[in-house]
Design a protein around this ligand. Sequence first.
Ligand code: UDP
Ligand code: MG
Length: 322
Amino acid sequence: MDLTTEKKPLISVIIPAYNESQGITATLNEVARILNTCAVDWEIVIVDDGSRDQTYQKVVELAKTDPRIKGIALSRNFGKEGAMLAGFESAIGDAVIILDADLQHPPTLIPDMIDKWRSGAQIVHAVKRSREDDSVSKKAAAYCINTLISSLSGINVNNASDFKLLDREIVDIIIYKLPERGRFFRGLTSWLGFSEEYLYFDVASRQGDESKWSFWSLLELSITALTSFTSLPLRIITFLGFATLLLGFSVASEALWSLFKGQSVSGYATIIISQLLIGSFIMISLGIIGEYIAKIYEEVKARPHYLIKASLGITAKQRKVD
Ligand code: UDP
Ligand code: MG
């Protein structure tokens, strides 16, 4: 293959960043250095997800030295899913790579991702081999929720990460054909099908300060992941209802039998226990139904996933929406 005459593909790298001023410069320099070794044209789009520190100012500084560095500032913190979508809707590459701002997704994997893409893969997933940085409790929580999502939805998200390369065709599907509000990018990309390839990486220690996810934001993401991929919890409620009904029948017949035999029906404690148990079943069930109703409510409102307050190097024409 003659690389000198062939038109180089354009690779877009999207980096969502929330309060990443400490590490963003190092990350950008490293990503640019790696991209320069890849025989491709490139652009890097940093999406500042409403940071309260100097992240966007740093991007503006860096963009002055290289116009291939572009920035989008969201009007407030919309969460990583919104930030990623803002990146997809602004990137113009033939393939798009998404990676974290804290160098936990090693940019050294980028050349291998591009190679896999060149040889035909439309989605290249980078899968975590280990998570050194995480505490035992975070690892355990991640394992439990990932296993739950994987077993209920049939989509394997264990060790999955948001570090991926997507072909233009896939990016366009994400932008135009998946309008849902409650997004779980990791799961969506596996749900799509197409030709997928996998690469493995060790999660490096975080550059900069601590993780940007709070317990509640992780819980929120887990609920979104579950509710947007499976309605099995609703079905479980129905089964639970039938199981309780059967139990009710057997207890009732035992009570009636005792009554006919002239024995007094026993069990004040039994009544209290069954009341409490059934009461809590009902409340949990209502909670689960409520989660789905809340998701429907969000979808029906159809608010935008994010709002842009400033951008740099991105023309209105190149944006895929608005
Ligand atoms: N992030 C974001 N918005 C948020 C939270 C995180 O854009 O509300 C970005 C963050 O800047 C980083 C990436 O998402 O680039 C992953 O976040 P973090 O490293 O805190 O998560 P972890 O590595 O613990 O999964
Ligand atoms: Mg991280």
